[in-house]
Design a protein around this ligand. Structure first.
Ligand SMILES: [Zn+2]
Length: 347
């Protein structure tokens, strides 16, 4: 069977091809994809900021309906509405210990396929996925919102390891898609959440979602955080932008002793951070890095989407049909955009 599949063929060039789908393996499902959102890592490859192998059949943030299942599939059925997490080998050592995201050979978004294309090929009208990568979403939820499962799952993963508790104050630096999703996860866990940003549009979205905002174009965010916390500083700071200045700022915003920092974003080119180990030592700091998500995190993210934990539709900037994939990427690359959602069915 052939699928209309989006492919990045060169920097600044995306097109749609008819690509033969692989045979359905015993643990595979065939999914009719409704929406695939364009991830930061993908428009970074489109605009040349990130090096990835080409031609790349990208797409890992999608939602759709199961239309066929392999002979051994038992956790999902034809007709189920699902969104994608990561595939993994359930019998591998990391998976047995709950760290499913560490089955790296199966998870890479750049893996080679026998036909010469690289990637997961989720931005298509049909895709073959592993049963373990599928998470059930309630019917009636907008596919572009359901497709936020993967980025939301990574925020659940970060929060799980952050070590911040109910009632504590968290500052999130940066109100991009990942900053806002991190903030919503912290809020869902009962934290007071303050988010810093300079773009008026993003500040507005964050405020609409019930987050306290600091407009860094109008004040010194460090002083403002101190003021809002009675001079104490934040219990935790999540760095959700890949900019060098954010790291020093996070140290200053954090409370003096036992603060937790979560390093969430990557920057291209790589940000610089001069960290004095004595500071970490004397201030008894906890510094956590997070990337990807395990099955437990995707289940939590699916619950958040299904219960309507927030108005996630605020993060869907625009819906663009698959045939206009070039335009979709051009839109995604504009500064300040939330997710561009590619609509994969013609009707
Ligand atoms: Zn992603």
């Amino acid at each position: 069977m052939k699928a209309k599949t989006a492919v990045l063929t060169a920097v600044e060039t995306a097109e749609v091809i008819d690509r033969e789908l692989p045979e359905l393996g015993e643990h595979d499902v065939l999914v009719k994809i409704d929406a695939n959102n364009i991830c930061t890592s993908e428009y970074g490859a489109f605009n040349g900021a990130r090096k990835r192998p080409l031609p790349l059949v990208f797409g890992h943030e999608w939602a759709g309906t199961v239309v066929e299942v392999g002979s051994a599939v038992d956790s999902v059925a034809v007709g189920d509405y699902i969104a994608s997490g990561y595939q993994y080998d359930p019998y591998s050592e990391p998976s047995r210990e709950g760290r499913t995201s560490e089955c790296t050979e199966l998870q890479s978004a750049d893996h080679p396929n026998p036909d010469g294309y690289f990637g997961n090929a989720g931005c298509a009208n049909y895709a073959v996925a592993k049963e373990v990568a599928c998470y059930k979403i309630d019917k009636g939820i907008d596919p572009s919102v359901a497709a936020l499962l993967e980025p939301l799952g990574t925020c659940c993963a970060g929060f799980r390891r952050f070590g911040i508790e109910y009632g504590q104050t968290v500052v999130v630096i940066g109100a991009g898609t990942m900053g806002v999703l991190n903030a919503l996860v912290a809020k869902a866990h009962g934290c007071r959440v303050i988010i810093t940003e300079m773009m008026p549009k993003k500040l507005e979205t964050a405020a609409k979602l019930g987050l306290e905002t600091i407009d860094v174009s109008k004040c010194d965010p460090v002083e403002k955080v101190r003021e809002l916390t009675g001079g104490k500083g934040a219990d935790g700071v999540i760095i959700a932008v890949g900019a060098s200045g954010a790291y020093a700022q996070a140290l200053e915003m954090a409370k003096e002793k036992r603060a937790h920092l979560l390093i969430f974003a990557a920057g291209y080119p790589a940000p610089k951070w001069e960290l004095d180990p004595n500071t970490v030592h004397y201030r008894r700091m906890v510094i956590v890095g997070s990337y990807g998500a395990d099955a437990v995190d995707f289940r939590e993210a699916a619950s958040m989407i299904n219960m309507g934990a927030a108005d996630f539709s605020q993060l869907v900037e625009e819906k663009i049909p698959l045939d206009k994939i070039q335009e979709a990427f051009e839109e995604a690359c504009k500064p300040g955009m939330y997710r561009i959602s590619v609509q994969c069915q013609e009707d």
